[in-house]
Design a protein around this ligand. Structure first.
Ligand code: MG
Length: 350
């Protein structure tokens, strides 16, 4: 028996009946020769790390603080790694497929725009000016990145379960109960990543805000501190342990009502105090200036578009699609550099 078959056998013998077994995968869009050593989901995880340029660019994309100068502030990449760690802990405890979980987690945010959710909202709006039927959503764009944009347009050819998981986190401001009710991914592993995303961002964004002095420990709602804990590690641990305890041996992922209440209260607090706070709204105005200006530049200047993406699609919707893909792929600093170079006087080199 080769190594991969031994791992697959081990999955059958040890994983939960609700886990996604590698051998039951619905497969890839283009069939491939199996690997002797790794399962299909291990390969997906490795492919995102080794071959996905959008994954590497996450290091220079905003999580919450736009283009942070401080080296310890989270970026999209550190967020992604925290999601992956939390999701793997839960998957392992519930005897779900850890490799599939990790692959979904590592790929879940590769479709994020520069400048975080502010960038996403602005890109969506300007894209629709040129194609009213279009929409931009980061989870859908993550799927586009892994299926249609990476590897010069070939995509990464990931398994269907991995792609499904990457595309099925779109919670917005919804409460946890609604998320659990409305999200119906193909696998429990995908749901674990979706919840881990929220566990990770609420906790690390709060940690960044406490560290930056934007929030003081006394400001936190009493319910959050009482139920979830006073410290960063305690709060993550409370949430993760509850998910594990409530979901063990179940065909669904669950949380207890008191934890759902406290997590939702923390989320609302973060929206009010951070995500939709006046300084963030002011920052959004600047983000709009950069994204809209660049989008319009590439829509109106054939030279600029040809230099950027190497082609100029004929129809307006096709062109808007190409511009949207290009702008969405930018890192914060790349977008800022392009803006400075295109719209601010830089002197003439003689
Ligand atoms: Mg995320």
């Amino acid at each position: 028996m080769i190594i991969r078959e031994r791992i697959e056998q081990l999955e059958r013998e040890t994983l939960s009946p609700y886990a996604a077994l590698s051998t039951n995968s619905r497969g890839r869009e283009r069939p491939e020769e199996p690997c002797d050593v790794r399962t299909v989901y291990q390969r997906d995880r490795d492919r995102i790390i080794h071959q996905c340029k959008a994954f590497r660019r996450l290091a220079h994309k905003t999580q919450v603080f736009i283009s942070p100068r401080h080296d310890h502030i989270r970026t999209r990449l550190s967020h992604t790694l925290e999601v992956s760690q939390i999701a793997r802990t839960i998957a392992k405890a519930l005897r779900l497929n850890e490799s599939l979980t990790e692959a979904i987690a590592l790929g879940h945010d590769v479709g994020h725009t520069p400048f975080g959710h502010a960038g996403e909202e602005v890109l969506h709006a300007v894209y629709r000016e040129y194609d009213p039927d279009a929409r931009f959503h980061h989870a859908e764009h993550s799927v586009r990145v892994v299926t249609a944009l990476e590897r010069e347009g070939q995509g990464l050819n990931l398994c269907r379960e991995t792609v499904d998981g990457i595309g099925s986190h779109s919670k917005g401001r919804r409460g946890i109960a609604q998320v659990l009710e409305r999200e119906r991914p193909l696998t429990l592993e995908a749901l674990v990543v979706s919840l881990s995303d929220r566990v990770a961002y609420l906790n690390h964004d709060l940690d960044d805000c406490l560290g930056a002095g934007l929030i003081r420990p006394d400001d936190l709602p009493a319910e959050c501190v009482e139920v979830l804990g006073a410290r960063y590690s305690q709060r993550i641990s409370t949430m993760v342990s509850d998910i594990i305890e409530q979901s063990e041996g179940q065909s669904a992922i669950r949380l207890s009502p008191s934890i759902i209440g406290a997590v939702d209260a923390l989320k609302e607090f973060m929206y009010e105090r951070v995500y939709h706070s006046p300084p963030m709204i002011e920052e959004r105005r600047r983000v709009r200036m950069v994204i809209e200006s660049l989008f319009r530049l590439y829509m109106t200047s054939e030279d600029a578009l040809a230099a950027a993406v190497g082609r100029v699609p004929e129809s307006t919707p096709d062109r808007a699609r190409a511009v949207c893909d290009y702008v969405a792929g930018m890192t914060d600093r790349y977008a800022t550099d392009r803006y400075v170079e295109s719209f601010l006087p830089g002197g003439v080199v003689l």
